[in-house]
Design a protein around this ligand. Structure first.
Ligand SMILES: *[C@@H]1O[C@H](CO)[C@@H](O)[C@H](O)[C@H]1NC(C)=O
Ligand SMILES: *[C@@H]1O[C@H](CO)[C@@H](O)[C@H](O)[C@H]1NC(C)=O
Ligand SMILES: *[C@@H]1O[C@H](CO)[C@@H](O)[C@H](O)[C@H]1NC(C)=O
Ligand SMILES: *[C@@H]1O[C@H](CO)[C@@H](O)[C@H](O)[C@H]1NC(C)=O
Length: 317
């Protein structure tokens, strides 16, 4: 009898252990992440002759350097095509640039993907979005439902980040080694190229923004205004930086203050790897391998533009 009870207890414990062991099961990761880059209308007159929409190659190299692949997302596609692309990619980048945050095709298309991403994440379908510079601003417009930008000129200047107390434990920065994290707040590792931004005061005062995003850093503009320079979603894997991590490794025009120090390069590398890692958590995939091959950026060639713009190379569509 005692033996039987002991055997039963053992069995119950064994089953419990097995179940418990299942709980922390490592999430199945997708080691072939594909990140979409939303193309943007060409506004720069010197680039107009080459095409209607573009992606600077620095963003493509940045994502590839993190261990992910890129597909360009054209603006002129049908709703059905965009929905299909969304189901095929593992994350999205909104690039910097200069188009209207509410009326441009770039903004409309970004809004469409943004709403799909909100819904997907709500349903447990992990989908990261990263916004850089104008892309950061766009995320604030999409979340707030209004344009909250004001003049926060910081153009062609590199700055240390004024990190908030939430930065160290943030998803964006927690993998930074302590020395690099310190350097981020002491050395000019972040290149700024913007005229507008969201001030800390407006951000904190806006219920929609402040409940959606955690502020990770602030900076001061030439006019003294303090703007939010890095943020991450509290609930959603959405990230924004008002500065340009991609320039640290992939833009070299000597007339601009692109940070190229060892630490600047490492900041750029770690954030690119971070985005790829976020993409690994998405299980979206193309329905056919041929569809994936045809969509990848490898089907396109960048154009040499160093003699007509600040970009060395640009993809045109
Ligand atoms: C979008 O533009 C490209 C290149 O101009 C063209 O090949 C494609 O058919 C267009 N797609 C739509 C849906 O208009
Ligand atoms: C960082 O923020 C603090 C608090 O607002 C402020 O006192 C300090 O001057 C800021 N430093 C920089 C470098 O912006
Ligand atoms: C950018 O800043 C650097 C350093 O301050 C300066 O030498 C350069 O002329 C500036 N470039 C432009 C395009 O304003
Ligand atoms: C820029 O360089 C490319 C490649 O060498 C050349 O084809 C093009 O004509 C140049 N454009 C200008 C405006 O100099």
């Amino acid at each position: 009898m005692l033996h039987r009870i002991a055997a039963l207890i053992f069995l119950v414990l064994a089953v419990r252990c097995a179940r418990a062991a299942r709980l922390p099961l490592v999430e199945t990761l997708n080691d072939r992440p594909v990140i979409g880059i939303l193309t943007q209308e060409v506004r720069d007159p010197s680039l107009r002759p080459y095409g209607g929409t573009y992606i600077p190659s620095s963003y493509v190299k940045y994502i590839e350097s993190g261990g992910a692949r890129v597909i360009p997302i054209r603006l002129n596609q049908t709703i059905e095509e965009h929905e299909k692309i969304f189901r095929s990619i593992n994350g999205l980048i909104f690039i910097g640039g200069a188009v209207d945050l509410e009326t441009s095709d770039f903004a409309h298309t970004a809004g469409f993907y943004f709403r799909l991403a909100l819904k997907a994440n709500d349903e447990g379908d992990y989908f990261p979005i990263w916004g850089t510079c104008l892309g950061f601003q766009l995320l604030t417009v999409l979340v707030a439902g209004e344009n909250l930008l004001s003049k926060t000129m910081a153009d062609n200047i590199s700055m240390p980040l004024n990190l908030t107390s939430d930065a160290r434990a943030s998803r964006m920065f927690k993998s930074f080694p302590p020395e690099l994290f310190r350097a981020l707040s002491e050395e000019p590792l972040t290149g700024n190229f913007h005229h507008y931004g969201v001030t800390e005061q407006v951000f904190v005062g806006n219920e929609k923004l402040s409940s959606f995003f955690t502020i990770l850093s602030i900076n001061q503009a030439e006019n003294g205004a303090v703007f939010v320079s890095s943020m991450e979603g509290k609930k959603y894997p959405f990230y924004g930086v008002q500065w340009h991590p991609e320039v640290n490794r992939f833009q070299w025009n000597p007339h601009y203050t692109f940070p190229h120090s060892k630490n600047a390069v490492q900041v750029s590398s770690l954030l690119a790897q971070f985005l790829a890692n976020e993409g690994r958590r998405s299980s979206h995939h193309f329905s056919q391998p041929e569809e994936e091959s045809q969509a990848l950026i490898y089907n396109y060639n960048p154009v040499y533009t160093a003699n007509v713009s600040a970009y060395e190379q640009v993809y045109f569509f």
